[in-house]
Design a protein around this ligand. Structure first.
Ligand SMILES: Nc1ncnc2c1ncn2[C@@H]1O[C@H](COP(=O)(O)OP(=O)(O)OP(=O)(O)O)[C@@H](O)[C@H]1O
Length: 254
C-alpha cells in the first residue's frame, strides 16, 4: 500500500474542514479528488503531504504513520505541487527545479550527475527545457505551474500529490500534463475541478463534500447525474463518449 488516510479529521476553530476521511491511493494509479470549492481537497492533500497535522486519525505511507517517518525519508518519497505556490522572484526556472533535489542531497554534498539528469528530465517532461534560464518573474502563469510540476518530478517521488495541476494551463498543456502524470511510474493523488478531465485521466475518483468523503470508486461508479446534482448542485447529463469510451459530462443550462 502507498498513501492512505484513516478516519482523518482536521479543523480550524472547532469547525471540521476534513471530517473522518478514510481513503487509500492505489500503487501506480491516479486517484482524482473532486468536490466543490471549500470541500476540503487542498486540506486533505496538505495532510497527506505532512504540511498539516491531523486533529485525529492517521495518514500512513506503506505501514508507517507518516508522523513517525524521518522528514528526509518522507520528502524523498512524497512530492506536493500546491495550487498557489510562491517562489523567490530572483530565481531562474532551473533554480526552482533544482530545489526538488534537496531531499536527495546532504547539506555539503556536491551537485551530482544524477541530480543534473533528474533536473534535465523534469524540464523536458514539462516542456520547459528551452526556458530553463528564464527568471521566475518573467514566466506566464502556466509556465510557473509547469515549473512547479518539474520541481516535484525532479524530486523523483514515488507518490505525487497535485492540487489543481491544470490551473492556468491552456488546453494542450492541461492534456499534456495529465497524460504525463499517467505515464509516470508513480502513485498520484490529483485534485481536479474539471469532471471531464477527471473522467478521462483518473483510475478512481474520491468525491469530497463539506469535508466528508461522499463517494469513491471508478469514474463510472462515481460520476452519476444524481451525484453531480447533490454535490455540485448542477444538473448534468452523463454519457459515454463514442470516441474514447470514457464518461462525458454535459451540463444542462436552466
Ligand atoms: N488555514 C486555514 N484556516 C481557516 N480555514 C481554512 C484554512 N485552510 C482551509 N480552510 C477552510 O477549509 C475549507 C476547505 O478548504 P480547502 O482549501 O481544503 O477546499 P478545496 O476543496 O481545496 O477548495 P477549492 O476548490 O476552492 O480549492 C474552506 O472552508 C477553507 O476556507
Amino acid at each position: 500500500m502507498t498513501l492512505a488516510t484513516h478516519e482523518v479529521r482536521w479543523g480550524v476553530g472547532g469547525v471540521l474542514m476534513v471530517d473522518g476521511v478514510t481513503l487509500a491511493a492505489e500503487p501506480g494509479r491516479i486517484l482524482g479528488l473532486i468536490g466543490p470549492n471549500g470541500s476540503g481537497k487542498s486540506s486533505l492533500l496538505r495532510l497527506m503531504a505532512r504540511l498539516r497535522k491531523v486533529s485525529s486519525g492517521v495518514v500512513t505511507l506503506g505501514d508507517a504513520n507518516i508522523d513517525a517517518l524521518p522528514r528526509r525519508a518522507f520528502a524523498r518519497r512524497v512530492a506536493l505541487v500546491e495550487q498557489q505556490a510562491t517562489t523567490e522572484a530572483a530565481l531562474t526556472v532551473q533554480d526552482v527545479v533544482r530545489l526538488g533535489r534537496t531531499p536527495h542531497r546532504g547539506p555539503l554534498s556536491a551537485w551530482t550527475g544524477a541530480d543534473a539528469a533528474a533536473v534535465d528530465t523534469a524540464l523536458e517532461q514539462v516542456g520547459l527545457a528551452d526556458r530553463r534560464e528564464r527568471l521566475w518573474h518573467s514566466l506566464s502563469g502556466g509556465e510557473r505551474q509547469r515549473a512547479h510540476i518539474a520541481r516535484a518530478l525532479a524530486q523523483c517521488p514515488s507518490e505525487l500529490l497535485l492540487d489543481e495541476p491544470t490551473n492556468h494551463l491552456d488546453i494542450r498543456h492541461q492534456l499534456e500534463i495529465l497524460a504525463l502524470i499517467r505515464r509516470l511510474p508513480v502513485t498520484s493523488v490529483v485534485a481536479l475541478h474539471d469532471l471531464n478531465l477527471a473522467a478521462l485521466f483518473c483510475d478512481r475518483l474520491a468525491v469530497l463534500h463539506q469535508g466528508k468523503l461522499a463517494r469513491v470508486g471508478t469514474p463510472d461508479e462515481v460520476l452519476t447525474e444524481e451525484l453531480i446534482e447533490t454535490v455540485f448542485g448542477v444538473q448534468a447529463s452523463v454519457e459515454r463518449s463514442p470516441r474514447h469510451g470514457r464518461l462525458q459530462v454535459h451540463y444542462l443550462m436552466g
